[in-house]
Write a protein that binds this ligand. Structure first.
Ligand SMILES: C[S@@+](CC[C@H](N)C(=O)[O-])C[C@H]1O[C@@H](n2cnc3c(N)ncnc32)[C@H](O)[C@@H]1O
Length: 247
């Protein structure tokens, strides 16, 4: 059990207005919406199992459960995990979510097991060498129809101690102190295209964004990756939704 003193995110998750809000990550939500149109299947399999690493207070976990996944929510903050359990009950998805108070570096990733692996800003909260090890475990744990969604803070973020972030005169996040591993331009993309990752990229973006979901308004530099296992080509992702067939 963590205590408020040892849990960096305790205050953020203890507020009535819980940090990061309830809106799931946008690209993840877009993927899940198309899944809903695919009759509860991913390719030729049922929707299946998901793991949400650094799940926080669970905005992505709840969306995954609502889309039909059985979700394991992993985090070091038991205040965050308690909020996930509350929210899961409120959204009638409690039976689909299991919380796990665990360091992502200690988590057991079975190979070829998860149909969705989510890591929304956690690989940047651990040292670079550890992040690369966890990344490879994440990739190896994906099934043939698996999807991987990752967000990390980049050196464009004003909390970064290197350029260009550290030259930018914009407000920094209240929780920037927890980010210790800002990703360089293209670094996450390079990991995604490495042969041993065995991924196919559906979306990749590096961007600046304003954040109003916790504390005083501030800006972030982020890299966002949505990928599937190489060889998986869901015909319902992307163009059919953006450019629907006209009847
Ligand atoms: C910026 S928050 C993001 C929360 C959530 N993914 C979201 O987007 O709403 C980062 C989360 O990672 C968790 N975290 C940081 N280091 C961790 C580690 N080594 N193992 C597990 N969780 C960790 C923190 O407790 C925190 O909840």
């Amino acid at each position: 059990m963590t205590s408020p003193a040892s849990d960096y995110f305790f205050d953020a998750y203890n507020r009535e207005e819980i940090a990061y809000g309830m809106e799931p990550s946008a690209a993840l939500q877009a993927y899940l919406e198309q899944l809903g149109g695919a009759d509860g299947q991913v390719g030729d399999r049922p929707i299946g199992r998901a793991v949400d690493l650094g799940a926080g207070a669970g905005r992505d976990s709840i969306a995954l459960a609502a889309a039909g996944y059985d979700v394991i929510s992993v985090d070091l903050s038991d205040r965050g995990l308690a909020r996930i359990n509350e929210r899961a009950a409120e959204h009638h998805v409690a039976e689909r979510i299991r919380t796990n108070l665990c360091d992502v570096r200690e988590f057991d990733f079975p190979e070829n097991h998860f149909d969705a692996v989510i890591a929304t800003t956690v690989l940047d909260h651990i040292p670079a060498l550890d992040a690369q090890i966890v990344w490879q475990r994440m990739c190896d744990s994906l099934t043939d129809n698996g999807m991987l969604y990752v967000q990390v803070h980049t050196t464009e973020d004003p909390g970064s101690d290197v350029a260009p972030g550290n030259t930018r005169q914009v407000p920094v996040s209240e929780t920037a102190g927890a980010v210790i591993n800002y990703f360089r331009p293209n670094q996450l993309a390079a990991w995604a295209v490495a042969a041993e990752s065995r991924l196919r990229i559906l979306r990749y973006e590096e961007r600046l964004e304003w954040d109003y979901t916790h504390g005083p308004e501030h800006q972030h530099g982020k890299a966002i990756l949505l990928a599937v296992r190489e060889g998986f080509h869901p015909d319902w992702f992307g163009q059919p939704a953006a450019f629907p067939k006209q009847s």
